[in-house]
Design a protein around this ligand. Structure first.
Ligand SMILES: NC(=O)c1ccc[n+]([C@@H]2O[C@H](COP(=O)([O-])OP(=O)(O)OC[C@H]3O[C@@H](n4cnc5c(N)ncnc54)[C@H](OP(=O)(O)O)[C@@H]3O)[C@@H](O)[C@H]2O)c1
Length: 372
């Protein structure tokens, strides 16, 4: 393989043929991650097929129970079942596991990391690794909608304190893997050919439609699993269970990149100028970055999935005061009125910052000297 670096780790991508796995290869290549070697694993169905990487091709290996020795880091993107059965085995053999599934996110022994926000939570990774064979060797990547949300609002939480958030998501097909992307394409083609709407993968037709997120709905609370994840994972990442969050998660017929409408209530009042200044400072902060303000009112130009797709940054726009937080909203001076309520609309590529890029950034922090 070209561009190998003997001082780098040996990395395995597990689930390399999937939507996230393929993106992991792209991100490792684009970020020039120093690799001693790279191995790619998937199901036996894909064994022997090849994937392009740095101008050459990698042969896919079937994942078996026998995890090979000598792999320093495994980036897992093969679903929570594989993570649950294979993650602890990999960790016990000395591999640092960075897992994209939900298998370990809420495990109190597992750090749930967005590097810009809480890399410090990974202090178990090396220091406590001796307390159990796997402790600290499994790190969880948060849910994609949660990562995108927290990248946009954490600078505001740090500056003014966020007391409450109301979030509505507009989630892309690729968030549910390659089969969902194929379903959207197939159903769109069929609809354009005149066929009646028909659900071929999800519980509702996908083309020219949108529907409540496909995860299971809790009959007791009415919240689906995606919404529950946004609550629980935000509390864990911010280490603050007092934040009040209400989420409505919706799947939309977009191929790539999730959008979110976000309403926040701050603990300390601020002006819109304060909000813009804080976000702009975070966008250029070498210890943060990864966000970009795209908020052009005269041009009606704001974040979209197409603008966010394929990029590293979470885009933030539609920044405005929430008039419902003011008893009698002063229409002429709304922008300059200090208040606790603000609205925004954000977009981020959930295959990149919501999954592959975040995982590779964690690996960089552990195995290389790169900061971002
Ligand atoms: N898609 C997203 O935006 C996103 C975001 C955050 C987190 N995640 C999480 O990332 C994981 C992967 O999601 P995805 O969207 O990439 O799914 P996907 O497109 O369906 O890909 C699944 C991958 O898992 C592999 N796999 C399936 N069964 C396997 C087995 N028995 N042994 C080894 N590999 C096996 C598949 O290999 P074959 O090709 O051989 O079947 C494929 O490479 C999931 O846990 C998901 O929740 C996804």
């Amino acid at each position: 393989m070209a561009h190998l670096d003997a001082s780098g780790p040996t990395v395995a991508v597990v689930g390399a043929t999937g939507a996230v796995g393929r993106e992991m290869l792209a991100v490792l290549e684009q970020r020039c991650f120093p690799l001693r070697a790279l191995r790619v694993f998937a199901s036996p169905r894909s064994a022997g097929s090849t994937l392009p990487f740095r101008g050459t091709s990698l042969t896919v290996e079937a994942l078996t129970d026998a995890w090979p020795a000598g792999i320093d880091c495994a980036l897992l993107a093969a679903g929570s079942g594989i993570s649950k059965t294979m993650g602890p085995k990999m960790a016990a053999s000395g591999t640092v596991v960075i897992d994209n599934s939900s298998a370990f996110r809420m495990d109190p022994n597992v750090a749930l990391i967005v590097p810009e926000i809480n890399m410090h939570a990974d202090n178990a990774h090396s220091t406590k690794a001796g307390t159990s064979p796997t402790r600290g060797r499994i790190i969880a990547n948060p849910n994609c909608s949660t990562i995108i949300l927290l990248m946009a609002v954490t600078p505001l939480h740090r500056a003014f304190g966020i007391e409450r958030m109301v979030v509505s998501t507009y989630q892309a097909a690729s968030g549910a893997g390659w089969q969902a992307m194929e379903a959207l394409e197939r159903e769109t083609r069929d609809a354009l050919a005149g066929a009646a709407p028909r659900a071929t993968l999800f519980h509702e037709p996908y083309a020219f439609n949108l529907f409540s997120h496909n995860s299971a709905v809790d009959p007791a609370t009415g919240m689906n699993v995606e919404e529950q994840k946004m609550l629980a994972e935000t509390h864990k990442i911010w280490n603050d269970p007092s934040i009040r969050i209400s989420a409505t998660c919706v799947r939309v017929p977009v191929m790539r990149a999730h959008c979110e409408s976000v309403n926040i209530t701050l603990r300390t009042p601020a002006t819109l100028a304060d909000i813009r200044r804080t976000l702009a400072a975070a966008a250029t902060d070498p210890n943060y970055g990864g966000i970009r303000i795209l908020d052009d009112r005269p041009a009606n130009a704001f974040p979209t999935p197409l603008k966010a797709g394929g990029g590293d940054d979470v885009l933030i726009g539609r920044l405005r005061v929430d008039p419902s937080q003011l008893p009698t909203p002063p229409t002429a001076t709304l922008d300059t009125t200090p208040t606790r309520g603000f609205d925004m609309f954000i977009a981020g590529d959930q295959l990149r910052k919501g999954a592959a890029q975040n995982a590779v950034q964690i690996a960089e922090r552990i195995f290389t000297t790169a900061k971002r």
